[in-house]
Design a protein around this ligand. Structure first.
Ligand SMILES: NC(=O)c1ccc[n+]([C@@H]2O[C@H](COP(=O)([O-])OP(=O)(O)OC[C@H]3O[C@@H](n4cnc5c(N)ncnc54)[C@H](OP(=O)(O)O)[C@@H]3O)[C@@H](O)[C@H]2O)c1
Length: 343
């Protein structure tokens, strides 16, 4: 039997998701407002360049000259690490497990929703100096179950000193409208509700002990993304903001928070995109995991961005005014139609 898959535009013949109508052309007052925004952006961006060059660069050079015991607390050097990785079965999460697997005395709690795949991945590592424990944790579980699960792991293997929240779902970028509601709800459930619950439950434990390291994976897509990745991009925008703000709130309690913002990474999530070409544009999950570990262990870095070239382009695009941002999202959507992300 042949299965007919109808696209959104086939179901609604009058609707072309990539067309622009005259109503969307900007008015004069709106265009003037956008010109004003662009001028203000140039001023702020110049001030930020000046401040980074003459204040933060000398501070960073001074930090490089400080002895290790002034940059890292001695109690931290003496402490055995208990590293919880959520989303450890493959991709970036599994590469993080590999980063810590060679550390004698470290306990790694590898968690993910499918235990079979997780166990196979961990077994593929063979004997490791670090002890690796596999645990089931589904980020779509109810809040209480996730929080209880974190506390149980902490009692069993802890105290947890590090948490890396890497688990997450991506979406199909080709035909958003046809699959929007269920897909969006599932992504919000895992990537926002589950992530925030796991992070805050761990933060509560770390805060009381005055020590801990939290690392959460957001995305550069949360800065500017194609219009048809509306749910994924909005969710990642939330995670970027949540994590960078938590960093400041948690610092006085002795808890370091790092936000990771990957560009395109060679992982299962981007398999179909890679099949459509541009393979050399993708960063490796292993390189990203190494940078995540370095950022978390050495400190002095609020955001880990990889590949760096993707970060430079996306952060530069933050300077576009709202009219140009709308155009940009539309152009990115046109470019990505026909290319698919899969999970
Ligand atoms: N790859 C990229 O280009 C890219 C770019 C920017 C950001 N990111 C972000 O990086 C993170 C990891 O992505 P990846 O590229 O490594 O993707 P991946 O290879 O698809 O791995 C995703 C991981 O998340 C776990 N996971 C999925 N649903 C889960 C759930 N409900 N509960 C617990 N764990 C769950 C998966 O394990 P199970 O299926 O076994 O649960 C798997 O370990 C995601 O947050 C993604 O949004 C990726």
């Amino acid at each position: 039997m042949t299965r007919i898959v109808r696209t959104h535009s086939q179901k609604n013949p009058g609707v072309n998701p990539t067309s622009i109508s005259p109503r969307q052309m900007p008015s004069v007052s709106y265009t003037m407002q956008n010109l004003f925004i662009s001028l203000a952006t140039i001023a702020v961006s110049s001030a930020s360049l000046f401040f980074t060059l003459f204040v933060f660069l000398p501070l960073a050079c001074l930090r490089a000259l400080l002895p290790l015991n002034m940059k890292v607390r001695l109690s931290e050097l003496r402490r055995n690490k208990v590293v919880l990785v959520l989303g450890a079965s493959r991709g970036i999460g599994f590469n993080l497990v590999k980063q810590y697997a060679n550390e004698k005395g470290t306990v790694i709690i590898a968690a993910s929703s499918s235990m079979d795949i997780l166990r196979k991945s961990i077994i593929s590592l063979g004997e490791t100096p670090a002890s690796i424990q596999c645990h089931e944790m589904n980020l779509t579980w109810p809040h209480q179950k996730i929080a209880d699960g974190i506390r149980a792991m902490d009692r069993l293997y802890g105290p947890i000193t590090h948490i890396f929240e890497v688990g997450g779902l991506s979406n199909n970028i080709q035909d958003w409208a046809a699959r929007s509601l269920n897909e969006t709800r599932e992504m919000i459930s895992a990537n926002i509700n589950g992530t925030v619950t796991a992070i805050l439950a761990t933060y509560d434990l770390m805060k009381d002990r005055g020590y801990g390291k939290i690392c959460v994976v957001g995305s550069l897509t949360g800065i500017v993304g194609p219009a048809n990745m509306v749910s994924y991009a909005s969710i990642k925008s939330f995670i970027n903001t949540f994590t960078t703000s938590l960093r400041l709130l948690a610092a006085p309690c002795g808890v370091d928070v790092v936000c990771v913002q990957p560009g395109f990474i060679d992982a299962q999530m981007t398999r179909r995109l890679r099949e459509q070409g541009g393979q050399n544009l993708f960063g490796s999950a292993e390189d990203l995991a190494a940078r995540m570990k370095e950022g978390v262990e050495k400190g002095g870095r609020g955001i880990v961005i990889w590949p760096e070239s993707h970060g430079a382009v996306m952060y530069a695009l933050r300077g576009v005014n709202p009219i140009c941002e709308e155009l940009l999202k539309w152009v990115l959507m046109r470019l990505s139609m026909g290319k698919q992300k899969n999970n």
